[in-house]
Design a protein around this ligand. Sequence first.
Ligand code: C5P
Length: 403
Amino acid sequence: MELAGKHLVLGLTGGIACYKIAELTRLLTKAGATVQIVMTEAATQFITPVTMQALSGRPVYTSQWDARMPNNMPHIDLSREADAIVIVPASTDFLAKLAQGRCDDLLSTLCIARDCPLLVVPAMNRQMWQNPATQRNVAQLRADGVEVLGPDSGSQACGEVGDGRMIEPEAAFEAICAFFQPKFLCGQRVLITAGPTFEPLDSVRGITNRSSGKMGFALALAAAQAGADVHLVTGPVALDTPWGVYREDVQTAQQMHDAVMAATPDADIFIAVAAVADWRVDHVAEHKIKKTGDGSLPTFSFVENPDILATVAKLPNPPFCVGFAAESGDLDVYGAEKRERKGVPLLIGNLGPLAFGRDDNEVMLFEASGTTPLPRAGKLDLARTLIAEIAKRAPKTGGALLS
Ligand code: C5P
């Protein structure tokens, strides 16, 4: 489980976004975290401590004078147990308090008494967010090492539209998970291809394959959680955009090639996970090809698609290139041969029919120095391992390492 063993203090302050914290608490506990809710008095006007106790499975603290702690020092004890304190939603007033180090209630006191990281998730009206005082306070908090998650832009509870609304609970959850991941790729720019391609035959039909995109999307998420700036170019898949990832959708191999070539100059690392079609028809029929009725069959002639990975690897100053290979047998032989043919320093091989569409995978690393098998794991765990392995090998400033 993503957050197994993590203990979080969720601090709710006064704002209508408090209703979103019911869902966030559920997501966090489902992922294995224990959640201790602390609420300001204003927060209790928006959602009840009863609701938050039921969802977190723990008594809620709202007062500095709560006598339930044996030593009567909830501000110390609650923060000492925590791996992180997350203020969500963080009101304008609470951000101001934090920036100034004021502590006139339990939540602000436990924040200043903490010895763990502090994350804040602002939620407020757009004018309150834009106010120079708020911007000063947020800049001060960032300078103090506080992690600021959001805010989002869009329609607000007050009816206005702009910056300041709280990021959605799912995004807050992903950002909290990301916070606990080691930052192997901090500041690196990673370009990833994922999914299948779709090569049209006519206006309604086409050739594709069974790639689900799950492995590429898991790598994109793991790279973003490891601190990278991630650009994901994906073929047609039924997957949500991973947290913190810039996504570009394409259909054909040629479109994927063009998108990748445009993005390559800004990439330090290129990870080609997509199952790109090897061929396309040389002439796509403009309209749906009709059955003739006399038994004669359509014929197609094919041309080869560009090999995106090999093309990028051959550039004069390529990013660190990582390929994937799905084979249906003899992975040892084909993997090593494919790495050399593609001209990449690292190739990750798997047995395709065993990997497509599944939630777990088992891979082998191929590089000039030899092969390394990795044990079967869920695709996100495996993606994290692979990102750590790629980070170990990629130069910090890009450039090919083919040896
Ligand atoms: O040749 P094969 O398709 O098995 O090679 C797999 C690797 O090459 C993958 O990393 C895949 O994303 C990449 N590839 C590519 N462009 C192609 C074909 C494969 O980038 N046209």
